[in-house]
Design a protein around this ligand. Structure first.
Ligand code: ZN
Length: 273
């Protein structure tokens, strides 16, 4: 039952409604303790202004979304690596707790998911080399396997933790209940991650039925995920970061007044998380 100050607003939750400054004001109005911008919201008002608005607010920054997409060009290119270094710099500038990585899926025309995963590990290693120099933790977000082709070929906590073990310090996972709730190995992998690797915790709900693979996430309490149960697991490992609410919802929450969305977030944070 996180109190509002233990919640963080991922800007995707009100993506069509508010810009970053409005998101910050909204968090302050509703007593929400943190924010997690997507880079589009940062770029929209400019990095300097974003850092100023967030820095002046007193809000914690539970993460910056997102770096990654290492497979986008088929092979790992300088352009992709440069963009990831820029994402690291942006995360530093806004004081983010971590840079969240959505690693990328299969390159266009490829059926070789093992090769895609090798590209991803290479891209993460090179980005981590840079991130370590500026002390920015890298958080791999494993995505539900339905996104393996087009968004992320890292699909379980176990797989993400294998990469972390290979790469060493400065890298961990973003545990998003939407992506990991179904995993029979979930409890064991959260224990394996421990406080050191648990860098972010994202919450929303899985609706039944789900009508869109990407844009039909539910508000906490409207679906089937045992959010409180998973939260208890990460907290048992010592995770003390915020509960970041990330809801892509084209048909419902994106159509509502953003203040209603945040008010509901706060209520459901107390009753359904
Ligand atoms: Zn997430």
């Amino acid at each position: 039952m996180p109190a509002p100050e233990r919640l963080s607003l991922n800007t995707a939750t009100v993506r069509p409604q508010w810009n970053l400054a409005q998101c910050v004001d909204g968090c302050l109005r509703h007593g929400i303790g943190g924010i997690a911008p997507w880079r589009d919201k940062v770029h929209e008002i400019g990095l300097k202004q974003a850092a100023r608005v967030i820095g002046g607010s007193g809000l914690a920054v539970s993460g910056l979304c997102r770096g990654g997409m290492f497979t986008a060009q088929g092979a790992l290119t300088d352009g992709v690596l440069e963009d990831n270094r820029r994402a690291v710099d942006e995360a530093v500038a806004i004081g983010a707790a971590c840079l969240v990585m959505v690693v990328g899926g299969l390159p266009e025309g490829s059926k070789d998911i093992a090769a895609a995963r090798a590209i991803v590990t290479d891209g993460l290693a090179k980005t981590l080399d840079y991130a370590r120099t500026v002390q920015m933790p890298i958080a791999i977000e494993p995505l539900h396997p339905m996104y393996a082709a087009d968004r992320a070929c890292v699909n379980t906590l176990g797989q993400a933790l294998d990469i972390c073990d290979e790469l060493g310090d400065g890298i961990g996972v973003a545990a998003d209940v939407y992506h990991i709730w179904w995993d029979p190995d979930l409890a064991a992998q959260i224990r394996r991650a421990g406080k050191r690797r648990l860098l972010a915790f994202h919450i929303c709900d899985w609706l039944v039925p789900t009508t869109d693979l990407l844009l039909d996430r539910g508000m906490m309490g409207d679906g089937v995920i045992d959010i409180a149960g998973i939260r208890a697991m990460v907290e048992a490992e010592g995770f003390d970061g915020l509960n970041e609410v990330e809801i892509f919802s084209a048909g419902n929450w994106w159509k509502r007044e953003a203040d209603e969305v945040l008010a509901t977030m706060v209520t459901r944070g107390r009753t359904a998380s």
